[in-house]
Write a protein that binds this ligand. Sequence first.
Ligand code: HEM
Length: 501
Amino acid sequence: MFFSTFLLIFFTFLLYLLMKYNLHKERLMKYVKHLPSLPQLPFIGSGYLFMGKNTKEIFNTFLEYVESKTPLVVWLGPKLHIIIDKPEDMQTILLSPKCVDKPYVYRFLPNQNGLVTSDAHVWKPNRKLFNPTFNTNILKSFVPIFNKKTDILVEKLKLLPDEEYIDISTYMFACTLDMVCATSLGYDLEMQKDKNKEFLESMENMLPLVAERAVKIWLHPTWIYKMTSAYRTQKQLGDRLFSITRRIKEEKQREYDLKNINSFNDINIEESKEFSKPQIFIDELMKLWKTGKVSESEIEEQVITIITTGNETSSLVLSNTILMLAMYPEHQEKVVAELRSIPRESEISLEYISQLTYLDMVVKEVMRLFPVGPLLARNNLADIKISNCIIPANTFIVMSYFTLHRDPKSWGEHPNEFNPDNFLPERIAARHPYAYLPFCGGTRNCIGMKYAWISLKIVLTKLLLNFKFSSQLKMEEISFRWDMTLKVENGQWVTVEKRVE
Ligand code: HEM
């Protein structure tokens, strides 16, 4: 009797869920039934296409289906995803105030309240506060630090034998991590002196876990994910990351308290002259902490955010640029000729880098072929019309920057080739302004774009004046991995030979 009652309740509940699911799907299908869609199975949707796959296979599956068929519908379980990659659709989404929110999968990262991941109501006031921490005067004050950290890198590379193959990315990661900590956080992490190595390892190992969870819908419910070994690994990595950021935070809090006692006793911090001037990122955070506007854990999340966004992105662009120049020696020599043609001091200045037009074209081309964020997402708070459909409210909108940057309509017959001339002024003028978005676009674009350009050009100038890089790799041999950021599966293996002027 008990058993049959249980079965009755169970099947009634199942029927209820089924009806609810069907009604939900039917309602959304009215919007998107005319669009192409990924193959799907009942209930799981297209999720089965990603089963048992790693982040390289997931990315390849994605590319196989997406190519120029957007807007494309993907059902992951009951959740509707729309993939877009047309410049005009990107523009509509990025400029719409209804599309500032990030979808819930961003919250699989450990820094939920950071600038990258937070929802619009948390993000908006924070972004306003942090914008001035990247103003021109502050960036100017970072130039000696960028130079100093690059000098350490140059000295390290000078110790290598000429014929040795190295993966340049490991050197770049350490250098850019030191840079971002020394500038935005005023903290010397000394990664280039082989300290705090576990920080990088934790970061590198965590991103693929998050990427896999994002597409494997059955891992979305926290209670299920908690039963997996991936969760346990992610937790361990997260704890290691936070132990270092906690150290940075505590040291900064001590420094801030000391400064406060010495200079600002009895003064209202918000009204004090010193603190009404723009500060570096960590000082702005400390101000918020002292005035009770952020919690201890929020400080740590913002610190992790700035470190990960500032380091991972720049080091990927630097490593890929060195790889491309190693593979294309004619472009490397053209950059070196430009570097040598402009008078310079031993400290590379803003004025010097502003004259590097060919290097500029090379780096832009690298960011076209290797966008650090190949797939970024938004959540729309209301229905929104794009080129050939209306996207219903609360859809998971995936913007495919990888295919946007390789669309023959914008980039000609050979979009997969490395060709810095794509960034000649007349070619830029002839393209849709949203055909190229390495730093995203709209109000939620990259806050560190100018910072990135300065640091990238200083590092590349010093490296290319000192070394000649070579590689046997061919463009067609390159394969990719989607670890939230875009990784070159082959690695960035090059030989480093000392140059004589
Ligand atoms: C070449 C280097 C860089 C590239 C290509 C790059 C690219 C991007 C992209 C595509 C986004 C949008 C992410 C999304 O919508 O999910 C972004 C956001 C962001 N970037 Fe960068 N970035 C670079 C360097 C930096 C640096 C050096 C910093 C800081 C020191 C930084 C800090 C941030 C932050 C905080 C956000 C979140 C902005 C917001 O939502 O308000 N980035 N970046």
